[in-house]
Ligand binder design. Sequence first.
Ligand code: NAP
Length: 508
Amino acid sequence: MSAEQLYIDPEACIGCAACMWECPVGAIHDEFDLPAHLEDYKEINAEYFVDNPLEVRDPMRTARRQLPEQRPQLRVAVVGSGPSGCYAVDQLSSITGVEVTLIDMLPTPYGLARSGVAPDHLATKGIAKMFAKIIRRPNVRCLFNIHVGVDITMAELRETHHAVILATGADTDRKLGIDGEDLAGSHSAREFVSWYNGHPDHAGLEPDLSAERVVIIGNGNVALDAARLLVAEPDALRASDMADHAVAALSTSAVREVVVVARRGVADAAYSASEFAALCQLDGVDVVAHPDEIGEDLAADAVAQSFTGRRKLDLARTLPPPETRASTRRIVFRYGLTPESIGGENRVESVTFRRTGADDSVSETLATGLVLRAIGYRSSPMPEVPFDDIAGTIAHDGGRIVADAGDGMYCVGWAKRGPSGVIGTNQVCAAETTEKLLADFRDGKLPEPAHATSHVDDLLAERGTMVVRHDQWLSIDAAELKSGQEAQRPRVKLVSVDDLLGTLNARL
Ligand code: NAP
């Protein structure tokens, strides 16, 4: 599921069109019915198959999953309700006899689908409609606003469930390890994205938007999201579900230029070609690049000649040069510049880069008031859970947590495989983990829990913890949608835990 192209086997396809109706984000179109902005894909698909001739395989068939007759009940706790957690819940709760407890630290579910996906990508956010159908199943119990390790211990979860799946994502950042990284005005893209998406932990970030230029280090899809939103028109921001505070700040910001800087060349760009192509078509924004940085691509030949490498090069070659000034807002793509230091007295004033490779004696300093480090997320270790410090993930074997955590502990998503892939990647990732869990259960490796799941509720009640259950989440959701309707916006997000819980108190 990391591919940018979807292949439907013409031998196996019976043309029922169910995929078109089922795809929660409306991403599948007939070739004869492509929206105008996707017309290019006819040619792109044709070109893809020149390099990758069709290899018709038998349609993949998976055996229907079921519990063994002699052990018809399985209880699993899933910690984290983002995409990977939701896919794991889906795969398990669709089996008769399985009960799932879905836990999230926030009063709101869906993790990065709520606080990571760009607010103007409303179609992608439509995935939440599919997750909503999963978490309302009768054999799924939602316990939101519960912090595992604080409100309930891992041991208590394990005493009440046959297995625990950690879908805790990546809650911190990779480090650049250069001078000035921690100056005021230097933020990780994760913090910035969480800020504009109204994540309660970052709603108070207040990035300084008073300088004309922002520099983004790294050119993955997160960098592209941030760049696009930094130069978006206020109307486009209001049409998104961006948090109100961010709409207000970005609508009045002084930012007119975002420079997206990659250490490698165009063919090696971390962004996906489709996201880059969409960005190049932005109305009212000059998207420019330096022709000499595209011509001298640093990528190894194999990469530059690969399908995606060629496509990224072809797209970049269509960009006008930096002198272009057709609009008042611009995004400048730079390639082959390695960050060396972030400068400034008490706060960010500039970033210095050195040319990557042969020309490393050449350096360049860009003046700026705000630096976003979009170099990737990272998971932090959890107590009692083995951690692979090099990979920056939980230590596991295909989703089964290894070492002294013992049987019955599993992981999915970014906590398992690092910060990579798109939402759908989590489906395959979760399937690998849930297969292992079910095999362990069938093989008798998961002992019967010492207590019923109601023991968790008793413990939380004893501790006076405010639990947000499924119907209460629905009330929060309804309150946000109602405020959105009143403000003629898709949704007005509540951005503090107090305000989220306040909607429930108001209802009582
Ligand atoms: P990413 O795709 O891994 O990109 C990280 C960027 O940081 C790369 O350009 C990388 O350069 C650069 N980098 C890393 N270490 C660096 C260093 N020390 N100095 C300079 N540059 C450095 O990460 P991301 O953008 O955070 O995205 C995470 C995942 O979410 C990706 O799989 C992405 O596709 C996905 N996502 C998808 C969408 C979408 O589909 N619309 C939106 C957002 C995110 P190198 O390539 O040279 O290592």
